[in-house]
Write a new protein. Sequence first.
Length: 132
Amino acid sequence: MPRMHREEHRTERIGWLRAAVLGANDGIVSTASLVVGVAAASTGRSEVLVAGVAGLVAGAMSMAAGEYVSVSSQADTEQADLTRERSELATISESELDELTSIYEGRGLDPALARQVAEQLTAKDALAAHAR
């Protein structure tokens, strides 16, 4: 029995990494700016420390809320797309098969093979084939 070759690519994690790097950079710059501003206006260490901690907490809460809204919006959009696709598969299945065929032609398959691939994927799980 042939073994499955599982290749891991770093690009699969790039979205998460990009968000983490940009978020950390934004948090560092925002908090440092806040601390410098408070330190310039005040001579007490406790005021600077309180401002820094408050900035960190506010930034973390803001990023968490933003990420929640972003993920929720993406999930809602994907669900709406799946609902539309399900409806189109039920009402205009031949057009959907043509659409899938053209996608595979665009990826380099000759028209006959593209049609065969589209038909086989549609027969197995049409919604999954179109969602992909």
